[in-house]
Design a protein around this ligand. Sequence first.
Ligand code: NDP
Length: 331
Amino acid sequence: LKPPVKILVTGAAGQIGYAIMPMIARGKMLGPDQPVIIHMLDIPSASEASGGLKMELIDSALPLLRGVVATTDVAQACKDVNFVVMLAGFPRKEGMERKELLSKNVAIYKAQASALEQHAAPNCKILVVANPANTNALILKEFAPSIPPKNITCLTRLDHNRALGQLSERLNVHVGDVKNVIIWGNHSSTQYPDANHAIVKTEFGEKSAKELVANDTWLKGEFISTVQQRGAAIIKARKQSSSLSAASAACDHMHDWILGTPKGTWVSMGVYSDGAYGIPAGIIYSFPVTCNKGEWSIVQGLKIDEFSRAKMEATANELVEEKNLAYSCLN
Ligand code: NDP
């Protein structure tokens, strides 16, 4: 076994927190040979619930779990952490304006950025899940200048996995045999799920998903809207938002980032844009990436048709607008 690493989960007492803890402590995130010490951070009103979750983790007798710290103290929570999963966010309440929600979250992410910068281990790697995930991650980057921008990412893997799921259902193939869909842009309803480059493993070798589906109307219509609206469909059915699939996707994101993507496979991650594919630099945008030795790289040179270009630009425009709104909340 490797020496233990420390993982901070913020908003740990929430729904996704409850689902993700056993996954982390069973090695689904960092591998079955990686012992972990989990730091759980939450606000005082949730501290009793985090204490209960800590008891449950102890009672699960998990061999990889080498310690649990449940705290409301941000500095203690951030102390020497190697990995961070940020679930804490102000919930969107009915009638709340977008700017109001953004301003609450900007304040949270600004404060946590300083604490991480001061107390986290050097080279700590961060995944932001709480919404608006891309913009929260951007605020974190802005207020933690000593953390390399490459170490700050946001979750679009759930959307990516949803897109794989839709193709697998449509083609009646195992989801493990479908790869290389792309989620471009914002983790919001403007995201662009793109199946143009997706591949399906068949008994006759690898085939283009687009050719197998052979239905452009579905690929440009229902496929995209189903992935975009999946979160809302789950809320309607469960009367609460997705938590198991969000937790599972957060594990997939960290797992592939740290341990690498298989050869010939890419995944979607919200990362700091360097201007690739003509997307404005300086926003956190979801791109197709491959990962090796803990570093992600944007997949280069994919052919982009006119339909895709328009969708990629629309979601980029929304992110630029969100960025401007977030900055106006800071002033
Ligand atoms: P969840 O655990 O269900 O969700 C956590 C965050 O993830 C939410 O912001 C949610 O945004 C977001 N999210 C992103 N993608 C998804 C997805 N696909 N499905 C579901 N959620 C997604 O929220 P809870 O309210 O149960 O828990 C939040 C925790 O944060 C609580 O423990 C609370 O105490 C804590 N908190 C901390 C604050 C602070 O640190 N200052 C402030 C407020 C809360 P959305 O629901 O908008 O999709």
